[in-house]
Design a protein around this ligand. Structure first.
Ligand SMILES: *Cc1c(COP(=O)(O)O)cnc(C)c1O
Length: 369
């Protein structure tokens, strides 16, 4: 068959281990998954109520315009409703942007390591991928500017960056945007925006008026705790939204997702609580890393990348057999680190005890890299 050549080079997404599989394989009763940056506190209780009230209207298509959710998000962000596009997760928005702008003959610029879906979608569209290595976990914005040429269609900035947790501050972002050509779309993937505490973090939504080539992506999957329902959104100037809309499937965001997301964004007290608990959780990991002399990046997200200076799969396997699922850095471009999602206080304490045990057992095997 006449497959696109690029398709033949790609592998399907490898999901993290499922809780059921791990229970069975290792005969464990309790498994704690700290692998996908999900919210350990679930979602707002108001979501349960709102979803229950949907009743059994499952035979009907969802509202293809997501009108109520649109109003809720527009009010929350203080943008016009016509400045928003909704996706089946922000993953789908990455796909829509790629379909709309990338093709053979174009190129796209991104950091590495970063969120893998930018590259994946660009390859499917046949675009050239230009990856600029992170420097100390941060985007090399000067290097990315250098990589842009007249064939560049999209630049991806992930901030805070998954998996390093580092963010781009006001001054750095302004310096970058002021130097990107106007006909290059800059995508700011802010999946962890609501977790950020840094005082010099840009309020990017208020920048949309100044930068007509900017789109900000956010999601209900992380702090809002709705990963299973698949809702994300993009905010940009009306012109960008109008151009992207035809590439969106008409009924891409399901009814339960729309209802749940609206309830979730209305409960900012829940968000504040999750944010505060996350900060305390990060401090548990920082204390542990300092005590043990481990390198880590200060994180503005709900995850932390810790360098054990051994093959990351050894750490991963040690924790897995004892009931904790994390992400091995070998799959993320950091072969001696693991990425741990910040859990509840008890979950963090539990995994930290095991990581201490791992260090005791493996101290001898540690290699200098
Ligand atoms: C989790 C994540 C997403 C995907 O979010 P969905 O809305 O669930 O598709 C996008 N970008 C980054 C950087 C993420 O970590």
């Amino acid at each position: 068959m006449k497959w696109k050549e690029a398709i033949l080079t790609l592998k399907p997404y490898q999901p993290g281990k499922s809780i059921q599989d791990v229970k069975k394989q290792y005969g464990l009763e309790h498994i704690t998954k700290l692998a996908s940056n999900e919210n350990p506190f679930g979602c707002s209780p108001e979501v349960q109520e709102a979803v229950a009230a949907v009743g059994d209207s499952f035979a009907l298509y969802p509202d293809g315009y997501a009108a109520k959710l649109r109003t809720g998000v527009a009010d929350h962000l203080n943008v016009k409703e016509t400045q928003l596009i909704f996706g089946n997760g922000s993953d789908e928005l990455i796909q829509i942007i790629s379909r709309s702008l990338l093709s053979p003959g174009t190129n796209t610029v991104m950091a590495t390591p970063t969120f893998p879906q930018y590259r994946h979608n660009a390859v499917i569209e046949g675009a050239e991928v230009r990856e600029v290595p992170l420097v100390a976990g941060s985007h090399d914005l000067a290097g990315m500017l250098d990589a842009i040429d007249q064939n560049t269609a999209v630049v991806w900035l992930c901030t805070p960056n998954n998996p390093s947790g580092k963010y781009i501050n006001n001054r750095e972002l302004a310096g970058f945007l002021d130097n990107v050509p106007n006909d290059v779309l800059v995508v700011l993937d802010e999946a962890y925006y609501e977790y950020v505490e840094a005082a010099d973090h840009p309020d990017t939504i208020s920048w949309l008026n100044n930068y007509p080539n900017l789109i900000v992506l956010r999601t209900f999957s992380k702090i809002y705790g709705l990963a299973s329902l698949r809702v994300g959104y993009g905010a940009a100037g009306e012109d960008i939204i109008q151009k992207l809309e035809p590439a969106r499937e008409p009924f891409n965001v399901n009814t339960l997702g729309q209802v749940a997301a609206l309830a979730a964004i209305s409960d900012q007290a829940f968000v504040e609580k999750a944010k505060k608990a996350n900060r305390e959780g990060l401090n548990q990991y920082y204390d542990f890393c300092r005590e043990e002399g481990l390198d880590y990046y200060e994180s503005q997200g709900n995850f932390i990348l810790i360098d054990f200076k051994v093959d990351s799969n050894l750490v991963f396997q040690f924790l897995l057999e004892r009931g904790y699922i994390v992400r091995s850095g070998s799959q993320l471009g950091f072969p001696t680190s693991v990425r741990v999602t910040v859990g509840s206080k008890e979950q963090n304490a539990g995994i930290i005890e095991l990581m201490k045990e791992f260090l005791k057992v493996n101290r001898q095997q540690r290699v200098e890299l």
